[in-house]
Design a protein around this ligand. Structure first.
Ligand code: URA
Length: 195
């Protein structure tokens, strides 16, 4: 059993915060332990919670489009989330996404830290402010910091902060979707070029 398999098993039993109570399951990572790029999302969404895999829902489809535009194969990246359980509010039959709080990000941080130690990526891409908060350990403003290579935050890895793919979903029917997708792809390409 690899160290990642061991981590996956431990995450399944995680009780570091209360989110495990309502979630279907913990969602660990996807991708190769030998990947040089690690993409970090916020938390599993509704589909991910049901399927147990990261980025398999609508935000994952946006991410796939951006990766394709950037010329980066999904199979070449390690994909994970800052928070491993879905936080939501039940409204009737619908489960409405709730942003994880700082306590959830901190409670989950040891898992991400262990993943960083095992995968040892050369670049970490933070998809959104929650991932940025977890990886950099401080509040992050995406608009001000995206698209830069931060090379003094993690030992042995550069960090690139960008927008979360789900923020593009609401632009789908407007003209700015294509521009925003290109912007996200530019950030991913930048990250892929850092060695
Ligand atoms: N959003 C995320 O941040 N992560 C997922 O896995 C799915 C949607």
């Amino acid at each position: 059993m690899t160290r990642l398999d061991e981590l996956r098993e431990s995450v399944e039993g995680c009780r570091n915060c209360e989110l495990y109570r309502d979630a279907t399951q913990a969602v660990f990572s996807a991708g190769r332990a030998s990947a040089s790029i690690m993409l970090v999302g916020e938390q599993p969404g509704d589909r991910e919670d049901l399927e147990g895999e990261p980025f398999v829902g609508p935000a994952g489809r946006v991410l796939d489009e951006a990766l394709e535009l950037a010329g980066v194969a999904r199979s070449d990246v390690y994909l994970t989330n800052a928070v491993k359980h879905f936080r939501f509010e039940q409204r009737g039959k619908r489960r409405i996404h709730q942003k994880p709080g700082i306590t959830h990000i901190e409670a989950c941080h040891p898992w991400l830290q262990s993943e960083l130690e095992v995968v040892r990526p050369s670049t970490v891409v933070c998809l959104g402010a929650t991932a940025g908060r977890s990886v950099l350990g401080r509040p992050v403003k995406i608009g001000a910091e995206r698209g830069q290579v931060i090379d003094d935050a993690l030992p042995g890895a550069a960090v690139v902060v960008t927008t979360h793919p789900s923020s593009l979903l609401r632009l789908r029917d407007r003209g700015d979707y294509a521009d925003e997708l290109r912007h996200l792809a530019d950030d991913l390409r930048l990250a892929a070029g850092v060695r």
